[in-house]
Design a binder for this molecule. Structure first.
Ligand SMILES: C[S@@+](CC[C@H](N)C(=O)[O-])C[C@H]1O[C@@H](n2cnc3c(N)ncnc32)[C@H](O)[C@@H]1O
Length: 266
């Protein structure tokens, strides 16, 4: 299956290189993903048991509602699909729904119609991305029932990565895709959820991964191809360079090809 969300740093592109990096999921105990984002690897692997988490509360709420109330969610989105316009977009963007289901509908609506599927909030935690060019709220390949079925295998938590990684035991497989931060590079700071993923977080992440490996967990880490990262993750597994075309930049001239690092242990 494919994810239903657009997410910055989404790993959909990794899937055609996945053969040599992703394990046979049937031979592992449990699938763990502590930086869930759009969850493209989870939906691709379709594991039987999963532990998924992210620090973004609105994101995790959306998955929970998709799992538990997909039908009602779809009904609301059908209405939004018919109502979509510039005025409607800014009305929904300014709204503060109280129920989980309305929060999830707003989240998916904004994800699908905002500029480039970007998720960005201001200091007050208010979503502030302008309207984009896409107007379909319901997509032709949407299959919420199937998404819900897959998510039924998962427990979903809002928490910091360390809490989740510390739960990994022998033969669990952890896919780790953090915001990319490198040392000595102020431009490398990535802002998500009003929190900056600092170099200290990167070190804390490496330490929690080392503990999980020593308990017998298998890990695949993706990260920036940068000397500071290679140095930090020495001993955490075999390093592979992955070439990919960049789709992050908004203007086509700035798009190019660059490489990322994958570190595989197990
Ligand atoms: C690069 S994205 C993951 C993308 C995902 N692999 C995909 O395919 O869409 C990184 C995610 O880490 C989350 N995040 C940032 N800091 C975190 C932290 N300290 N603990 C847990 N999640 C965090 C962000 O909310 C974001 O969803």
């Amino acid at each position: 299956m494919e994810t239903f969300l657009k997410w910055a740093g989404g790993k959909r592109w990794l899937l055609n290189k996945a053969d040599k990096l992703l394990p046979d999921i049937n031979l592992t105990n449990r699938y763990i993903e502590p930086f869930l984002g759009g969850g493209s690897i989870f939906f691709h692997l379709e594991p039987k048991v999963a532990l998924l988490s992210d620090l973004n509360e609105d994101l995790i709420n959306t998955y929970v509602v998709m799992r538990d109330s997909w039908h009602d969610l779809f009904e609301i989105l059908k209405k939004y699909h018919n109502q979509h316009s510039q005025d409607f977009y800014y009305k929904i963007r300014a709204s503060k729904p109280r129920t989980s289901i309305n929060k999830a509908a707003r989240f998916i609506y904004l994800n699908r119609t905002c500029w480039n599927g970007l998720y960005r909030v201001n200091r007050k935690g208010e979503f502030n991305v302008p309207i984009g060019t896409k107007s379909n709220v319901i997509l032709s390949n949407d299959n919420f029932e199937q998404l819900s079925y897959l998510l039924n295998t998962a427990s979903l938590d809002v928490c910091d990565f360390e809490t989740t990684i510390d739960k990994a035991v022998e033969n669990d497989f952890i896919f780790i895709d953090p915001p990319y931060t490198v040392k000595h590079n102020l431009n490398g700071f990535v802002k998500y959820n009003e929190t900056i993923f600092s170099w200290q977080d990167q070190v804390r992440l490496r330490n929690s991964i080392a503990r999980a490996i020593s308990r017998g967990a298998k890990v695949l880490i993706t990260n920036a191809n940068h000397e500071s990262i290679k140095e930090l993750y020495k001993g955490c597994g075999k390093m592979h360079l992955l070439n990919r075309a960049s789709v992050i930049a908004g203007n086509s001239e700035a798009r190019g090809s660059y490489s990322e690092l994958a570190i595989l242990n197990g």
